[in-house]
Design a protein around this ligand. Structure first.
Ligand code: AN7
Length: 374
């Protein structure tokens, strides 16, 4: 029997049957050479999940690309496997990034795996506990800057320009190259590009990356069209919608609390090239969408990710998503990154499960259950 064929049930699944991480899976479509060390934690290959509850609400045919399934729980791992591999190829001993949380978690994990140092600059008090715990766990050098993300990015860029630290924010083109593979995966599953792609926008790196991935697949004949790229920002943090930098961005969706997107010009290009759309969503509607996705579809995401769902519901209600359209929503980060929002009701009170005694009859009564067997 050939080595890679093992009878079902023998519990000896060979490594060749495991997803090998996106650098190996897409080696021919990325700038990877024999000289590139592959720093991987098995990222990519995330599920595209049908969302019947969202299809029923909108009349569209809706699928969710669940990027929370990546090794550190967000889409950032796609760009980071590439950026850290290239950094090591170039001899870097230390990497640096500014982050609203997920980039720092990912950079810290991949740097740890590669055996190099990571430095992360975060806006003081403004990243979720889950993400901070990851950066700490992976032994990053963490500095809280007394400012917002945009201030952090400016400092990171300057440090990387004048000191021996390699920048791994999405202004590094390796990041966007890695992230474009998500569009390849969507097309492999659906057999063509969808009609619409809904996605959260912070720095607009991911919006840019999907557009590039879809464009490359179209150019090589793997698909017949580009999806319309619909990007969403939080109302208090919506520079691309307003057409100007937001000096003091605010939103509960801390991942996208960004006032001056690094990929602004690329995003304008992707918007124009795909007949796209930029919209703003209130924090209340973001949280409502998060609840709908977790309670009706079974997918738990952080608030920033739920903006894709909120965007779909808003555009659908506005009559802008024709019935029967094929729609993909990218949800970028896992709900466990920032679980506090799920534990709060819309009126601001905390959810606290009812306390009961150790009494079967009383519990059955509370649950409204009638006895069906003696
Ligand atoms: C969950 O970690 O910018 O538009 O520093 O964490 O490509 O910036 C995170 C961004 C969406 C926006 N969803 O993506 C960071 C950071 C989640 C995110 C975005 C982020 P981009």
């Amino acid at each position: 029997m050939p080595e890679d064929v093992v009878p079902a049930g023998t519990n000896q699944s060979p490594m060749s049957r495991q997803w090998r991480g996106l650098l190996r899976e897409y080696a021919d479509r990325l700038n990877i050479t024999e000289a590139t060390p592959i720093v991987t934690l098995g990222e990519g290959g995330t599920p595209l999940i049908a969302a019947p509850a969202l299809s029923a609400r909108t009349g569209a045919n809706v699928f969710v690309k669940y990027e929370g399934m990546n090794p550190t729980g967000s889409f950032k791992d796609r760009g980071m496997t590439m950026a850290i591999s290239k950094a090591v190829e170039h001899g870097a001993k230390a990497v640096i990034c500014a982050s609203t949380g997920n980039t720092s978690a990912s950079a810290a994990a991949y740097a740890a795996h590669a055996g190099i140092t990571s430095v992360v600059l975060i806006p003081a008090g403004k990243i979720s506990m889950g993400k901070l715990s990851q950066a700490v766990a992976h032994n990053a050098e963490i500095l809280q800057v007394e400012g917002n993300f945009d201030d952090c990015l400016e400092i990171a860029r300057e440090l990387a320009a004048y000191y021996p630290v390699h920048l791994v924010n999405s202004v590094n083109p390796d990041r966007i190259a890695g992230q474009k593979t998500a569009a390849f995966e969507v097309i492999e599953v659906l057999g063509d590009a969808p009609d619409f792609h809904f996605i959260p926008v912070g720095n607009a790196g991911n919006y840019t990356a999907y557009y590039r991935g879809y464009s490359e697949d179209l150019a090589r004949g793997a698909s017949t069209k580009l999806p319309r790229m619909f990007g969403f920002q939080a109302e208090g943090s919506a520079p691309l919608v307003r057409g100007e930098v937001v000096k003091n961005p605010e939103t509960i969706a801390s991942a996208i609390r960004i006032g001056n997107p690094a990929s602004w010009n690329f995003a304008i290009e992707a918007h124009a090239g795909s007949n796209g759309y930029f919209g703003a969503i209130s924090d209340a509607n973001i949280l409502e969408a998060q609840r709908i996705l977790s309670a009706e579809v079974g997918i738990f995401v952080e608030p920033a990710s739920a903006i894709s769902v909120a965007g779909l519901l808003e555009r659908s209600a506005a009559g802008e998503v024709p019935k029967g359209s094929k729609v993909v929503l990218t949800v970028t980060g896992h709900g466990l990154k920032d679980p506090q929002w799920a534990l709060r009701r819309a009126d601001g009170t905390d959810v606290s499960p009812r306390l009961v005694p150790i009494d079967i009859t009383e519990i059955a009564g509370i649950l409204g259950l009638q006895k069906v067997a003696e």
